[in-house]
Design a binder for this molecule. Structure first.
Ligand code: GLP
Length: 263
């Protein structure tokens, strides 16, 4: 795991965007995994800047979202269908037909989950997966005690996650769905590269557990320890509980040229 500590949230987005940009430059029809939540917004903003500047073209890129609420109308402004369309598809210029989100309104949810797994396989797998982390250590919506072998499935949201996400629902907990569909931890680990971003002191405990804690389903983010190409990019506040922070800073400051991806 590569841990990158940089001063501001905006810079976190820029460095993560550089990783995604490299993949898309090298492979015009790359498959990217996209995440919702506030953390990746600076990544999308920086990628949009590159698209607007004519440096990047997402028109042949395929995208798979990590998760979706169950029981929320797809047209609801907080459905992940809507969020991904507004934040990713439209801003980066992806073709809507090439953007996939689990179908949380399907009549047969287990079937929709199995179909989603098949769709990812048919696309040849995900080249780079963007991730955030919940304050309770979840990635996607894989809540604590999620199996490392899990695949796309229905999950019950943890009380902490519903409370954290109430801000997207006018601070009304009642409006936050109770269930979701999410790619499993094994689905996420199948991606060729993982890039996780986290900012702010509220993520410091989760980041420390994910990077330096024991591998445990109590912190699903620790699954990244099993991946051969995982990069965790955090600001100083999110890094504040990392025991080896100085080592990560030193390592990043002295990366050999061949390992650099910032541009
Ligand atoms: C959300 C999403 C996750 C996201 C996490 C953190 O509910 N399902 O993909 O990483 O919770 O969100 P945020 O970045 O807003 O803190």
């Amino acid at each position: 795991m590569q841990v990158v500590i940089i001063p501001t949230a905006e810079q976190v987005g820029r460095v993560a965007a550089a990783k995604v940009a490299k993949v898309v430059r090298d492979k015009a029809d790359a498959v990217i995994g996209v995440a919702t939540g506030s953390s990746p917004l600076t990544i999308y903003a920086d990628l949009a800047r590159r698209v607007d500047a004519g440096e990047l073209d997402f028109s042949a890129v395929r995208a798979f979202a990590l998760d979706e609420y169950v029981g929320l109308d797809l047209a609801h402004e907080q459905s992940y269908h809507s969020v991904i369309r507004n934040e990713v598809t439209e801003r980066l210029g992806l073709k809507p037909a090439l953007v996939h989100v689990p179908d949380g309104s399907a009549a047969d949810l287990p079937r929709a989950c199995a179909d989603y797994e098949q769709l990812i396989r048919d696309a040849g797998g995900v080249d780079i997966q963007i991730l955030g982390i919940g304050a309770n250590g979840h990635i996607g919506f894989n809540e604590p005690t999620s199996s490392f072998a899990s695949r796309t499935r229905i999950k019950t949201l943890a009380p902490r996650t519903r409370a954290d996400n109430a801000r997207f629902f006018h601070d009304d907990l009642e409006q936050v769905p109770t269930h979701c569909l999410t790619q499993g931890l094994a689905t996420i680990l199948d991606a060729r590269r993982l890039v996780l971003v986290a900012t702010g002191a509220g993520k410091a405990d989760a980041v420390a557990a994910m990077v330096e804690g024991p591998l445990s389903s109590m912190c699903p983010g620790t699954a990244l320890q099993l991946h051969p190409d995982a990069t965790v990019i955090v600001d100083e506040d999110a890094a504040s509980r990392l025991i080896l922070a100085d080592y990560y800073r030193h390592t990043y400051a002295h990366l050999p040229a061949w390992q650099r991806y910032e541009d």
